[in-house]
Design a binder for this molecule. Sequence first.
Ligand code: ADP
Length: 162
Amino acid sequence: MANAVVPGSFDPVTNGHLDIIARAAGMFEQVTVAVARNSSKTPLFSTEERLEMLAEVCTVYPNVTVDAFEGLLVSYALGRGATVIVRGLRAVSDFEYELQMALMNRRLNSAVETVFMMTGADYSYLSSNIVKEIARLGGSIEGLVPNSVGQRLQQKLGKPRC
Ligand code: ADP
């Protein structure tokens, strides 16, 4: 069985991410959830905060570890002994970017294969951005993120949830 990396921003981790992580944990021997340090996005949570939140919710999966990376993902994956990159697919809108990244990563190093998993039906509309937006506006994010993440969001944004 191969080892896999599940890369992303995870700003913050949502139940949609967790669904993908849980399914990857069932398919691969060792799974590394890898937080990108060099993302062009301006994150709400620091890399360390994102790692802490992920570590908390991933403790239930004995073969999942959490780490941060910078630089080329394919080099990072091979350095971790992983030959598979797992990405989640939601709507058609994800497809174009994901296709571009997967083809570029294969061109950079064909020893690493990108594997796509379809989103869980309950999470197809869920993204870290929409969760942050709802939390900012004071809406309920219950069921969208783990409780521990909901509490952190509340602290960070200083908003009560309704
Ligand atoms: P990135 O910033 O690289 O898009 P994200 O943190 O947004 O990273 O997401 C990491 C991975 O999780 C991506 O493959 C993304 O498609 C996937 N993902 C995010 N939300 C969901 C969801 N609701 N269902 C399935 N996959 C998801």
